[in-house]
Ligand binder design. Structure first.
Ligand code: MG
Length: 256
């Protein structure tokens, strides 16, 4: 069921968006060469405790997960693209890291992700991240009253295709509200002028993800982490936005 939020409710969702942005800024800052993924998870966990927020991930146990997630942030390294389960791994120079974080503050959820390179970057990794970010910007720009969800999907897909990337639509954006995953689904490719008409009060996450060499994925033995089928590197960026009469409002906007 698609729920629309009142302007007052969107106002109430802002602290969750700001908190998620703050956690991604802090965890990105902490993600240096030699730092363990478990330390990054612990930093996010401490920030959740300090804020009095609730993790959306720690008890998360959907049909495709082998067990409850058990951590509070997704850390996807190199060929890991989505749902990277933090494990005992120290970041190395040149690692491409995606941090994906969702939390609930005062009963409202926000969800966001950022990709970046730890230490010395390879130019092809920076390009992959830039295309993902461009696709996210295009999707956000299309998220306005008068458009339909297919316009958002098509805008994301068009950027990917223009840069020669295939798009996997198994996972995409989603409605965000009292819980992390709701209707509508926001595929990362689609046909313009189709789908749900965008209305003020619709709040959802847009999350393009791309892999350098393939559009196929497989699930790691940990039961969670999704990796590129050919071992090529992956990037994933995400914002939670609200449709307003004045255009899209990015609830999870960061300084960096
Ligand atoms: Mg997310």
């Amino acid at each position: 069921m698609i729920e629309l939020r009142t302007p007052a409710e969107i106002e109430q969702m802002k602290p969750a968006g700001a908190f998620v942005a703050r956690v991604l800024e802090a965890t990105r800052e902490a993600s240096q060469v030699g730092v363990n993924l478990l330390e990054i998870d612990e930093l996010a966990h401490q920030m959740i405790r300090d804020e009095g927020a609730e993790s959306c991930y720690i008890d998360y146990h959907p049909s495709f997960g082998a067990s409850p997630f058990g951590k509070v942030i997704c850390t996807s390294v190199n060929d890991a693209v989505l749902h990277g389960l933090p494990h005992d791994y120290r970041l190395r120079d040149g690692d491409l890291l995606t941090l994906d974080f969702a939390a609930s503050v005062d009963g409202w959820v926000a969800d966001s992700a950022v990709s970046f390179v730890v230490g010395t970057a390879r130019s092809e990794d920076l390009r992959l991240i830039e295309v993902c970010e461009e696709a996210l910007r295009a999707g956000i720009a299309a998220a306005h009253v008068g458009n339909r969800m297919g316009d958002v999907s098509a805008a994301i897909g068009a950027v990917a295709h223009a840069h020669g990337f295939g798009v996997n639509t198994d996972f995409g954006g989603h409605g965000v509200g009292r819980t992390m995953h709701g209707d509508p689904h926001v595929p990362n490719d689609g046909r313009p002028h189709r789908g749900y008409p965008l209305k003020p009060g619709l709040v959802f996450a847009i999350e393009p993800w791309l892999m350098l060499g393939t559009d196929e994925i497989y699930t790691d033995a940990d039961g969670w982490t999704l990796r590129s089928a050919d071992g090529s590197r992956a990037a994933h960026v995400e914002h939670t936005i609200a449709i307003t009469p004045d255009g899209p409002l990015v609830l999870t906007a960061r300084r960096r």
